[in-house]
Design a binder for this molecule. Sequence first.
Ligand SMILES: Cc1cc2nc3c(=O)[nH]c(=O)nc-3n(C[C@H](O)[C@H](O)[C@H](O)COP(=O)(O)OP(=O)(O)OC[C@H]3O[C@@H](n4cnc5c(N)ncnc54)[C@H](O)[C@@H]3O)c2cc1C
Length: 602
Amino acid sequence: MYRRTVLKSFAALPLLSLSPPPLAQPAAKAVAPRRVRPADAAWPGAAEWQKLRAAVGGNLLQVHALFGPCEGSPDGAACQDVYRNIRNPFYIGDQPGGTQVSGYLNAWTPAPSVWAVRARHAADVAAAVNFARDHNLRLVVKGGAHSYLGTSSAPDSLLIWTRAMKQVTLHDAFVARGCEGKAPGVPAVSTGAGAMWIDLYSAVTTRAGRYVQGGGCTSVGVAGLIQSGGFGSFSKAFGNAAAGLLEAELVTADGRVRIANACTNPDLFWALKGGGGGTFGVVTRLTLRTHALPEYFGAAWGAVKAKSDDAFRRLIARFLAFYAGSLANPHWGEQVAVQSDNSLKISMVQQGLSREEARAVWKPFFDWIGASADYTVTDPLGAGAHKAQHWWEIEGNPSMIPDVRADAAPGHGWWQGDQDQVGAYLHGYDSLWLPASLLKESVQPRLAQALFAASRHKEVGLHFNKGLAFAAPEAIQASLDTAMNPGVTEAFALAIIADGERPSYPGMKRPPMDLEAARNDARAIDQATQELRDVAPEAGSYLSESNYFNNNWRQAYFGDHYPKLQAIKKKYDPDGLFFVHNGVGSEEWSADGFTRLSGTRA
Ligand SMILES: Cc1cc2nc3c(=O)[nH]c(=O)nc-3n(C[C@H](O)[C@H](O)[C@H](O)COP(=O)(O)OP(=O)(O)OC[C@H]3O[C@@H](n4cnc5c(N)ncnc54)[C@H](O)[C@@H]3O)c2cc1C
């Protein structure tokens, strides 16, 4: 109930292919060094792999696709196990070949690495990095596997899989290495890079009564989210997740284990805060600031449908005025959806207000709806709150689905509202940071009209917690000290327009996709996005939740920070060992990351 799915209608559309051709990478020109593939003579032989296996304590795994066990034995127990668990994000994350997204039309398809190092600590990671570099292999890094852009999946590669590094430790007064005597100790939490946010929320909030800023989806990896900037329901109060980073341990392309914080390698530290995962090195440990826990977390919910287009326009306009007057503050985050059937769906979340206070905030808006014959409440409207410390408890929480596998870690579960996203196949995806200037009274009618026009093509999700205008001043300040596009601090929301269908992993048995319908869906997403771009032509986009085909990704993701990020990339990874689609420095490589484009060598 408290979290909503981004992809609403995963009904039964079938689908796949042809939206715009991949624009982001220049067409492969001729090239200088090419990474090796298994069919190449230079691919390491058995004895070489054996050396790596020994160096990582035996933790070298052969990787198969998620539905690999079904090849040849569709009725076997192993295959049935995959089908039984394929809607469980924790199960998917536990598989070395698992990806939480089952593909993206015309963009990418999950493909297992050849080998994976199941890293236990930085030394394992260093061994794998050295091996990949010395043998000229395509390297890929995976934590929680929640990449919409497919950046933790690459065929013919060596995978560094961080899943096993998940120890969580709390500190009363953490001082970053090298900062002794320069900064006071602060309450913090350290975690292995393979932990998921639920691991931190359980340790920090449920068990210790404090707060750490992370992501909304409980099974997202900590390291992946921090490196993409990262937002959770309460980011309007605490900033983006990267803003809370105090220190990282990572292995760079030269195989060195480094510390990055405000006093040691500060350039690298800044780049890790939102400069993109899989780009600057392999993070092995993170330390994040913790905060006093608000007394209450709560929500507002419901859905209302207008009886005519005109009435829907008025509803959108009324909501925007209500948002600007009553919700644009550090209390309120999460979403409303402006839907194509003239419905407004409310899935907002708040921190710091009691049940009575939350209800009082929403009363005027709910009363206005109730007083008009133009609207039908299709899902009861309400607002409330409860003790914040119980927010991420799984047991007895009707909003959570527990991981009930026999070997599941205690306290693992996911929001009901996120279920539809598990294993989703994307037809299209886009996002824009909508500037707060659009909420000025004189401009609101234009925004309302644009939202209405966009919704004729596709549902628009307004994620208020993913834009930091109206956030707490300290949160804005800390977020400005990250590599994320600074435009995020001037945006009142991230508009997300995305859709897809149920899982469609390679090798999975299901009805064939209706490719025509999928292409039409992708086109509708583009058209809806264009309606919003017309009123926000300079809008940036959140790298982790963005269009694979965004040709303007450097500016959209990072704004004026890109040249600085590029310089840091060249300093720590001059030969481009770390490559991800639309990542810093990726313009020097072919789309698959195997071939360095001529004339681009550092
Ligand atoms: C269903 C779903 C829900 C989401 N919900 C949210 C949300 O609520 N808030 C939000 O801000 N974002 C959200 N995202 C986006 C998500 O935060 C990013 O995609 C994030 O990068 C995922 O991290 P991961 O470790 O789970 O994924 P992975 O796919 O494992 O990694 C993502 C990227 O980070 C790199 N990476 C991972 N671990 C490391 C490491 N240790 N060192 C170096 N690089 C690494 C990978 O190489 C890859 O490029 C969501 C995504 C999905 C699919």
